[in-house]
Write a protein that binds this ligand. Structure first.
Ligand code: IMP
Ligand code: MG
Length: 176
């Protein structure tokens, strides 16, 4: 069977750029003089966090962490592990976790719990995409780019089996 390929465009490059600019303005306003740490979740958040940080007229620190979850394929299971940690101390800092998508909610919930334990002033979340229909943990991201239906998507950081993260838009995955 041939590998699935990117199919129809779900969120275009232009739509992403406009929404990221809007989110950047909103977040910059909310965190004015707040000593913000942007925490990008590798690898999916790379394009989003790179664009978002440049849309924020704000003094900020950027750092990254990496998670892995048990279970493979196209869903994440409950067991979320931190495999690469931050290098900055977030004690007394305002933290904004930036990820590509919130799906079941396990990843964001685990990250909030882990970072909250380090004594930050606040922890909030920002995701490009929100699949509200798939939640297993009742969690809402504080900043959401686009709410999307329950379809598997790739591009702008999101992958299928390590591929298609470099597409400049978000597309559905066509299983041929
Ligand atoms: P959650 O823990 O189920 O909320 O899922 C979060 C992670 O699952 C994301 O950071 C993605 O890596 C992955 N994921 C969820 N839905 C998709 C999708 O449609 N395409 C690609 N990756 C996805
Ligand atoms: Mg991810």
């Amino acid at each position: 069977m041939p590998a699935p390929r990117p199919g129809a465009v779900l969120v275009s490059e232009k739509e992403i750029a406009a929404r990221v600019a809007e989110l950047g303005r909103t977040i910059a306003r909310d965190y004015a003089s707040a000593n913000l740490v942007l925490v990008g979740v590798l690898q999916g958040a790379i394009p989003f966090v790179a664009d978002l940080m440049r849309a924020m007229a704000l003094d900020l620190t950027i750092d990254f962490l990496r998670t892995s979850s048990y279970g493979s394929g196209t869903t994440s299971s409950g067991g979320v592990q931190l495999v690469t940690d931050l290098s900055v101390d977030i004690l007394d800092r305002h933290v904004l976790i930036v990820d590509d998508i919130v799906d079941t909610g396990h990843t964001l919930a685990a990250l909030i719990r882990t970072l909250e334990a380090r004594g930050p002033r606040s922890v909030r979340t920002c995701v490009l995409l929100d699949k509200t229909g798939r939640r297993e943990i009742p969690i809402a991201a504080d900043y959401v780019g686009f709410t999307i239906p329950n379809v598997f998507v790739v591009g702008y950081g999101l992958d299928y089996d390590g591929l298609y993260r470099n597409l400049p838009y978000v597309a559905t995955l066509d299983v041929i």
